[in-house]
Design a protein around this ligand. Structure first.
Ligand code: OXD
Length: 333
């Protein structure tokens, strides 16, 4: 059993950031009320983790707590400053009574704007127009419509719903893929369960991955799934790189079966120099930033600050992650 905090003692918080970063903006209410330590390096983390009641993981891309878990005997709560918790969770943490919360909801609309932007960029062929402009070439072309096109949103949680809502507002027909099939609602024409994946992909002119990375979703979109998509369809990934077999995606694009892809996340980040995606004109590559609007750090901090206040008052925390499922409880995925 993890030790209880001594009555009257200030709560000890460790904020884990990447090596070149400072204290994230917007955490002042926490620094005023608690003893807050910034840990950039593993050495710094090792120095302070033994005392920590709370770990705020700002560096969500690298699994760093696992190494120091045996020392983290006071820990009661790990907060992930991210929507995805794939790099934060590990077996011992999942099995422990330490709470895990995430920053669910903050990026939903911004990610949806990225997805809509990518679909419109494809249908209006903006990448070609930009290339032509750079060469000083005036070339009239007819482009596609977005309205009426069929979109399959893989992952019908809060990000997927925001994506679906925007696509629907733009006149598209939106289907969802969730953890179970269910009837349609104000966003999705219908939601199919995992068994319906390939069939639903067969109807999709755009497939958008918005899934958390879990044991079930790792490698879920591979050669068979790309083959199931109609010729000329396009794939968008705002989830995590490893939900996709990237080699299969390269082949599907190279063969012309898929007409394009917009990729914000990759198996290896940064995307390595020389990777085929860099050179493919039909691929839009962005640097894991689909949701990162100006001001996201303050918005993320606000979620942690509110939860910290709840923690101090002994109240139920917001955004508690179902560690076994890697999803917030009650969320419809
Ligand atoms: C997240 C992300 O999970 O930015 O928050 O990828």
């Amino acid at each position: 059993m993890r030790s209880e905090q001594a009555a009257g003692a200030r709560t000890k918080v460790v904020v884990l950031v990447p090596e070149d970063e400072e204290m994230p903006p917007g955490l002042d209410p926490v620094t005023e009320l608690a003893d807050v330590h910034l840990a950039r390096t593993d050495a710094e983390l090792s120095e302070v983790i033994g005392e920590a009641d709370i770990l705020c993981v700002w560096d969500f891309r690298r699994p760093r707590l696992a190494r120091f878990w045996p020392e983290a005997s006071n820990l009661k709560w790990v907060h992930a400053s991210s929507a995805g918790v794939d790099a934060v969770l590990f077996d011992e943490l999942v099995r422990s009574d330490v709470l895990v919360t995430n920053t669910r909801g903050v990026l939903d609309d911004s990610i949806a704007e990225y997805v809509l932007g990518a679909i419109l960029a494809f249908t209006k062929d903006l990448p070609t127009s930009i290339r032509l402009q750079q060469k000083g070439k005036w070339r009239h072309r007819d482009t596609e419509r977005s309205a009426g096109r069929r979109v399959l949103v893989l992952g019908a949680g809060s990000i997927g719903r925001s994506v679906g809502r925007l696509c629907r507002c733009a006149g598209m027909v939106v289907e969802g893929l969730g953890s179970r099939s269910r009837p349609g609602d104000d966003v999705f024409e219908g939601v199919v369960g995992p068994d319906g994946l390939d069939e639903a992909l067969g109807r999709a002119e755009f497939a958008v991955a918005c899934l958390p990375l879990t044991a079930e979703t790792r490698g879920m979109i591979g050669a068979d799934q790309f083959a199931a998509m109609p010729p000329g369809s396009r794939f968008i990934n705002v989830a995590r790189g490893p939900v996709v077999d990237e080699d299969a995606l390269v082949r599907a694009l190279d063969s012309g079966h898929l007409a394009g892809a917009a990729l914000d996340v990759f198996v290896q980040e940064p995307l390595p120099a020389g990777h085929p995606f860099w050179e493919m004109e039909q691929v839009i590559v962005t640097a894991h930033q689909a949701g990162d609007f100006v001001g996201w750090e303050e918005a993320f901090s606000a979620v942690f600050v509110e939860n910290f206040r709840r923690f101090e008052r002994g109240e139920q925390l917001n955004n508690v992650v179902d560690k076994e499922r890697m999803l917030p409880p009650g969320s419809e995925s």
